[in-house]
Design a protein around this ligand. Sequence first.
Ligand SMILES: Cc1cc2nc3c(=O)[nH]c(=O)nc-3n(C[C@H](O)[C@H](O)[C@H](O)COP(=O)(O)OP(=O)(O)OC[C@H]3O[C@@H](n4cnc5c(N)ncnc54)[C@H](O)[C@@H]3O)c2cc1C
Length: 491
Amino acid sequence: MGGGIHGVAVARDAALRGLYVLLAEAGDLASGTSSRTSKLVHGGIRYLENGQFSLVRESLRERAILLETAPRFVRPIPFLIPHYRGSGRSPFIVEVGIRLYATLARGGSAAARPLREHHHLTPDEAIAREPGLDPKDLLGASTYWDAQMEDARLCVAIATDAARAGADIRTYTRVTKLSNVDGTWRARLRDQIEESVSEATARVVVNAAGPWADEVRGMAAEPGPLPPAVRTTRGTHVVVPARGLRQAHLLSARRDGRVFFAVPWGEHALLGTTDVDDATAPERIAPPAEDIRYLLEETRHALPELVEGVRPVRAFAGLRSLLRGKGVVPWANPREHRILADGTLITLVGGKYTTHRSLAERVTDLVAERLEKRAGPCRTATTPVAPDRERSVEELRSTRRERFTAQPGLSVGEADVAFAVREEKARRLEDVLLRRTRLWLDARAIRAAAEPVARWMTAELEWSESRRQEEIRRVVEPLEDEERRIEEAMR
Ligand SMILES: Cc1cc2nc3c(=O)[nH]c(=O)nc-3n(C[C@H](O)[C@H](O)[C@H](O)COP(=O)(O)OP(=O)(O)OC[C@H]3O[C@@H](n4cnc5c(N)ncnc54)[C@H](O)[C@@H]3O)c2cc1C
């Protein structure tokens, strides 16, 4: 259950090992937390502060695997940490952390080896690297490497591979009832678009519902309720025009010492994230004006030119589902995952995108054990992700030639849309606009592309005129709400 990164990773691993898999996702693939991240495959340098060494080591190992197996979706990116007098962490402590980070990254694939490089920069060298840095009180900077990812597109590619390996992947299919009769799970599935209902049976259920995981455990609890396992915290991001930003930055917020990122994405830059306890129902999570203000104000201290007088072109929020921990403040809550096994109901709690593969491997081992079935060995550490994708899209281009460019670097082709519908389970307009292209970066690009993409999807899916209009409305209305929130933050 759940077509976020964890659900699809388990589906792919299990299908590659020869297990029979049905994955039900209530919305689109990656429509939950898995498209609202900082889009980094990272060891998590800041977790060193909390002594989470094994998590960092595992994350760095997984970073190396993803750079090797999914280079189309994950690429190295250099980071800069500016040091300012009287604020943030001491440069000495940061340097020690970076050295430790590089040491923990030892070994790994050839693709990951250059990522161990790190330097200390004088103020002049730092400004030469990033002319937009505020020179006032700048003591210097440290550099290190991590990786940037297309989160939703990676999730979709893994789901597509799972389907190729034999998994039955059903999107817009909500599990509305789950009961166990004589050792067999029975699930009622509701297709959210067709409004049809069907049933499925399974011997083992994997609950990969992220922030909905407690709700699913509640659904399955017979006879008594299972205790809540999840702490949900809200993370907001904003996108602003890049204004020549050259580097990715790890910045410290002056008001609370939290770290956050400013990362270039072509002509845009992604700023985030926040970390605030939030018990809102996951489907209603949205970025409040105060989060947007926080990110703009805190970025201004180091990169004033990036945000001065700027109106964000996107703002979105996601919910972390953290293992309920002892950390008082959300950002000190452990990021480690936990696998909860209630008989043949296996629930994933916590975890990071970066470690989805290794978590899926452990879960699939456990599924095989519960099935008392010999499954094949795990192959995901060496199997490339969607190796033939580009060739398949290229083939479609011979007959699907139209292309729409919304802005420099933000375009979509008729062939991309055909591939998304035929192979990548796109069923709604928003699936293509928000999670299968880079258009998510700018609300203006999403709006501009809505008409041509709806036209191409209509041809693929034979939509009626009223359905086409409904699809456009479903894209535009949330953007209007988002724009109102941005407007409120700018007042
Ligand atoms: C703000 C933020 C930034 C982050 N940044 C990073 C980062 O840069 N790098 C990193 O490694 N990690 C990052 N993370 C963590 C990472 O995003 C999450 O660990 C990961 O996306 C969680 O995926 P998931 O599959 O568990 O949950 P989700 O992606 O939320 O998926 C759960 C799915 O279950 C479905 N579902 C729920 N109920 C049902 C039902 N009844 N029937 C069927 N389906 C159902 C939902 O529709 C949903 O799609 C970030 C998290 C947040 C919140």
